[in-house]
Every structure is written in C-alpha cells, then in structure tokens.
Design a protein around this ligand. Structure first.
Ligand code: 5GP
Ligand code: MG
Length: 185
C-alpha cells in the first residue's frame, strides 16, 4: 500500500490548527450575519472546499442554506481578464440573499473575483468570500477575500480537501507536497 504521508515534505497545518482556524472563521461569520433578517446562503466551491465546508458550517449556529458550484478559471498570467467556466451551477436564485462563497485556497485570485462578480450579478444582497488558505504573493488580479483562515507562502499544498491529480484530499492535515511527486508525473 502506498503511504500518502511519504509524499509530504512537511505538515503546514495540523488537524488541531485547522480546527482552531475553522472556529475563528465561524465566529467571525456568525457575528457578521446574526440578526440580518435576510437569507444566508453558503456557496461551497467543489471539490477542494468540501472538507473545510463541513468543518466550518458545523460551527456556525445560524439558519442558512448550503449550495455547491464547480468552476474553473482560465487566463494567462499577463491578462487580468481571464474567464470562468461553470461546470455545475446553482439550482436556485440568490436574489436578496447574503452569499458567502467558501473556497479552499486563493492563488491568482481569478476564480473568486469572477465567481463573486457572477453571483453579485444575480441580485444577491451581498457577496463575501471566505477562504481557508490565501497565497497573497501569487495574486494576478486585484482581489481580497473577506474572511481568511491563514496566509501561506507560495508552496503547493495538499490535504484537507485539496488534491494533486485527485489524490491526497483525504489527508486530515494540510501538507506541502514533495516536488519529486510532480516531477516524476
Ligand atoms: P485562483 O485563485 O488562481 O483562481 O485559483 C485557486 C485554485 O487553484 C484553487 O481553488 C485550487 O483549486 C488551485 N490551487 C492553487 N494553489 C493550490 C495549491 O497549493 N494546492 C492545490 N491543491 N490547489 C491549488
Ligand atoms: Mg478550488
């Protein structure tokens, strides 16, 4: 049996740290949306955000809905425009609702910039972005998430929902993948 942990150079965030990050984010979100009188809709971005979403939402004691979208963004580094392709869309309207997009990691910023614009254009009352991880030094477009779990350096991470070639999502921690793993592919 292949030992996944042998492919991990170092653990960046332990299970304990991830729990604490989720609790802190949930506290901020709960404070922000308590007593708004509006519908609160979480939009989790598949697939990387699934584990984060499950841990975060169980700590938010507010009435809310959970929806999923699957998107990918394209655009060469030199073009801040880029575009977003929607592979799985919402089955409902978000008109008048407070929307919180849940993302695993922000890199260039393209995905969340485009997705938040898309949902705002559908008449949401507000659209905010919550990301577990942020790589601020990798930004290619002007984008800032509203709720950030942890800023990390420009390293490729896997685990806790994040994959490399669809693997490693089930690691319970966030780890830096050994470069030998992707150079041998
Ligand atoms: P961007 O912000 O560049 O539009 O896109 C962010 C997306 O790129 C994330 O949702 C994720 O799918 C992918 N990504 C960026 N950095 C990493 C990383 O370090 N590890 C993994 N597994 N995916 C990443
Ligand atoms: Mg993602």
């Amino acid at each position: 049996m292949h030992d996944m942990s042998a492919d991990i150079e170092r653990v960046l965030l332990s299970e304990r740290e991830l729990k604490d990050i989720c609790s802190a984010l949930a506290g901020r979100i709960t404070k922000t949306y308590a007593d708004t009188g509006r519908e609160l809709v979480f939009v989790s971005v598949l697939k990387g955000s699934v584990v984060f979403t499950a841990d975060l939402l169980r700590r938010v004691p507010l009435p809310c809905a959970l929806e999923f979208m699957k998107v990918s963004s394209y655009g060469a580094a030199a073009h801040s425009s880029g575009f977003i392709q929607v592979h799985l869309d919402l089955k409902r309207s978000v008109e008048g609702a407070d929307v919180v997009i849940l993302e695993d990691i922000v890199d260039s910023g393209r995905t969340l910039q485009k997705l938040s614009g898309l949902l705002a254009g559908r008449g949401a009352h507000s659209v905010r972005c919550c990301t577990l991880l942020d790589k601020p030094t990798c930004r290619q477009v002007d984008f800032r998430a509203d709720f950030v779990g942890r800023c990390i350096p420009d390293v490729f991470v896997v685990g806790y929902g994040l994959d490399y070639g669809e693997r490693y999502r089930n690691l319970p921690y966030i780890g830096v993948l050994r470069s030998a793993v992707y150079t041998r592919a």
